[in-house]
Design a protein around this ligand. Structure first.
Ligand code: 2AM
Length: 203
């Protein structure tokens, strides 16, 4: 199954984002983009790709431990940007160092559980709002509109493991369906003899 670790913003923060996205939908060129929908909004921490079912118990164990060791931290959705001319996103502000640490720990947990992590990309925290089918849409006006967006602060208190079900219909533009497989509370038990390698323990 296709899996990734993520932070899921709470409903009230998604509602704020939905208001901004409504405005984006009205900008010229919006019809030329494939918009992600609210149930799909998440911040990926570590993308694992296809994972063998037999690795799941170990993966769960290690992600749980990573969450256990990491303290909750504040975050807010903030501004926006684009990857080339193909993906429009909103970014985050606040506990960026903590978010990155959680991403590193989720990545390490997956590797140590035996996940190949072959599709690794440099980590950049973002929440994808739209994707372009071609290079023809100028994403800059969308980024400008997002520039003023400051979402409210929330406390990131959970690490989620999410399954991505790719569309099977063959309908062009259909989005993957995401399903939360498990969540673990962030507990900040830093002194714990965790399994992501920082404690020096072989895994
Ligand atoms: P994206 O939104 O930038 O496409 C499910 O596909 C989630 O995993 C999405 O957030 C997606 O990022 C992310 N993702 C997909 N492939 C990835 C990869 N190779 N590296 C990192 N994240 C990836």
């Amino acid at each position: 199954m296709r899996l990734f670790a993520a932070v899921l913003p709470p409903p009230e923060r998604l509602t704020e984002l939905a208001h901004v996205v409504d405005r984006l939908h009205r900008l010229p060129g919006a019809d030329g983009l494939r918009w992600t929908s609210r149930p799909a909004w998440h911040l990926t921490l570590a993308f694992m790709g296809e994972v063998d079912e037999e690795l799941l118990p170990e993966l769960r164990e290690r992600l749980g431990r990573a969450a256990h060791r990491t303290p909750p931290f504040p975050l807010r959705l903030h501004g926006g940007g684009h990857f080339g001319r193909r993906a429009l996103w909103t970014g985050v502000a606040g506990g960026l160092d903590e978010l990155r640490l959680l991403a590193e720990r989720a990545d390490a947990a997956a590797r140590r559980a035996g996940v190949a992590m072959e599709e690794h990309r440099r980590y950049q925290a973002h929440l994808t709002l739209a994707r372009a089918r071609t290079d023809e849409v100028d994403l800059r006006p969308f980024q400008e509109e997002l520039g003023a967006f400051e979402g409210g602060r929330w406390e990131v208190a959970e690490l989620a493991l999410v399954r991505s079900n790719l569309p099977v219909s063959g309908v062009r533009g259909e989005q993957p369906r995401y399903e939360t497989v498990a969540v673990w509370p962030l507990e900040g038990a830093e002194s714990g003899r965790g399994g992501d390698g920082r404690s020096g323990r072989a895994g």
